[in-house]
Design a protein around this ligand. Structure first.
Ligand code: F6P
Length: 327
């Protein structure tokens, strides 16, 4: 059956994430398959307010599956947080004849979409994309796997030099206020310790852990700290003061946000982009595409935004066990 939806917009907003382009491609290609036109909105909500748009087709998304960043650019918009800003954005939607909108980003991006749809007559669907993986409603958010692999590769390099010099490496990993990326990366790189915002921590325990590892014969130490958990520089100073070890800080920073997406990110983005257009074409609105029990599905956007994010507790326990600490 022919869908009542004739033209949709797609935008990326918030921090970019590897795989966003793959999601844009899937949205465009699925829409074309449904005879739906797609308008690419540049620079997120800011671009929508300014009418910064381009018509997209099969060719405009060729060869972007493998590229990092977002061809649609991304930006943060204070104006869109206001009722007046959203009214301007809606006027553009009407002017260019949009029936629906796919918003690719984190839950802040969806909150904007939901506010727009609550105040105006437009269908919205969100797709989770952030390297932080801090979205409570979805087991996975696009970009996490690539960011984790980039971080692990950097940490492997650091380990070589730490091992040679018998030093301690304090590595700060992104994640905003969440420890998912740090904890995952710690398991994948065999870290001595990992510090995340969700768990109370005490620098003395980090020192004890290093001392115990020293007694067990280890001579270099890899401490991972999530950016939201505290100061990596202060921790390194403290380790040096208490153990005499040379401690070097590496802030991995934005390097984690770039690079060609892994196969996992490409596949998840393609599945989610497909799903977003499918449900819009079916007439659904205020939905978020999520990964649940390794399956793609969708859920109510308000409920999605209000689902509390929790770290994967088992990984926390396992990371302690890897350094001989059974909890
Ligand atoms: O949300 C993604 C993220 O990379 C966080 O991990 C980090 O705290 C933040 O964005 C950095 O934002 P900006 O690019 O504005 O420095």
């Amino acid at each position: 059956m022919e869908s009542a939806v004739k033209r949709i917009g797609v935008l990326t907003s918030g921090g970019d994430a590897p795989g966003m382009n793959a999601a844009v491609r899937a949205v465009v290609r699925t829409a074309v398959a449904h005879n739906i036109e797609v308008v690419g909105i540049k620079r997120g909500w800011k671009g929508l307010i300014q009418g910064d748009i381009e018509l997209m087709n099969l060719h405009s998304v060729a060869h972007i599956l493998e590229s990092g960043g977002t061809i649609l650019y991304t930006a943060r918009s204070d104006e869109f947080r206001t009722v007046e800003g959203r009214a301007k954005a809606y006027n553009i939607c009407k002017l260019i004849g949009l029936d629906g909108l796919v918003a690719i980003g984190g839950d802040g991006t969806w909150a904007g979409a939901l506010a727009l749809a609550s105040e105006h007559d437009i269908s919205v669907v969100g797709i989770p994309a952030t390297i932080d993986n801090d979205i409570g409603c979805s087991e996975y958010s696009i970009g996490f796997d690539t960011a984790a692999n980039t971080a692990v590769s950097c940490i492997d390099h650091l380990r070589d030099t730490m091992q040679s010099h018998e030093r301690c490496s304090v590595i700060e990993v992104m994640g905003h206020n969440a420890g998912d990326l740090a904890q995952y990366v710690a398991l994948a790189s065999g870290a001595t310790d990992v510090i995340i915002p969700e768990k109370k921590w005490n620098p003395e325990e980090v020192i004890n852990n290093i001392r115990n590892r020293r007694l067990a014969g280890f001579t270099h130490f890899m401490i991972i700290i999530a950016e939201g958990a505290g100061s990596s520089a202060e921790l390194a100073d403290y380790i040096h003061e208490k153990t005499g070890l040379t401690a070097r800080v590496t802030v991995l920073g934005h390097v984690q946000r770039g690079g060609s997406p892994t196969a996992r990110d490409r596949v998840m983005a393609t599945r989610m982009g497909y799903w977003a257009v499918k449900i819009l074409a079916e007439g659904k609105t205020n939905r978020v595409v999520v990964s649940k029990d390794h399956r793609i599905t969708d859920m109510d956007m308000f409920e999605a935004i209000n689902t509390k994010h929790e770290i994967y507790e088992a990984d926390h326990i396992i990371s302690r066990a890897m350094v001989g600490d059974l909890i």
